[in-house]
Design a protein around this ligand. Sequence first.
Ligand code: SF4
Ligand code: SF4
Length: 225
Amino acid sequence: MNGLDSDIKNMKQKYREIFLKSVDAIKQRVDEIKPKDFNGDIFDEYEMKSVGYNWQSAVLDMFENDISHEIYRKWKEILDYRKNFKCKGCATCCNLACSEFSPEQLKEKAQNGDKFAKQFTQIFVPYENAKQAEKIYPEYLKLLSDTLDEDVYFYHCPKLNDCKRCSDYENRPEICRVFPDNPLSILPKSCGFYDWRAEVEPVALMLHSMVEIIDYYKQNIKREK
Ligand code: SF4
Ligand code: SF4
């Protein structure tokens, strides 16, 4: 197995471990506010105003008003810490952008008012095929394709000139100015934010897992209509 395959395997394994820890941590918080001597399960169905129903209400309130705020605050800290890192101008993100959406889907989203899709379709054009994209940065392309479970489409920006500089730098859109604004973006090693991502990744993965678990609770707590 080469180093890249091993990196990807480690990343997925890391997320699984973090996810299981978050499951336990959230379950503990749910149990801490469980009424004394009550034996029901949080996912059972209870009559309105019953002990179980009130417990579910308290749990949903805790998700909404405590845990969600904690997640938001920690996410903001991660983004603030990003200010300590700088773009090195390697141009990889201009030359090889990826999206889970096809060009047609992105156009449709842009027409429906999606701000990101609107900016993205204004600058990026699709590679004719994956082979073309692979020529630019074979390792990065493999990392993207192997890390993301869904289909990925590759794009490049024609505004990048032969000297690997943006030919319309002053007018570049917001998505270029803030990239990468997601600590879970897959970044090439040449990126100036690579170390930022590496440092904050465990906390970002933990927050991501908490959002997934809270969503699961919200969808599966049965409430009498
Ligand atoms: S507009 Fe400029 S900064 Fe943005 S992707 Fe294109 S070349 Fe890169
Ligand atoms: S990949 Fe990172 S370092 Fe390279 S141009 Fe984009 S933001 Fe800058």
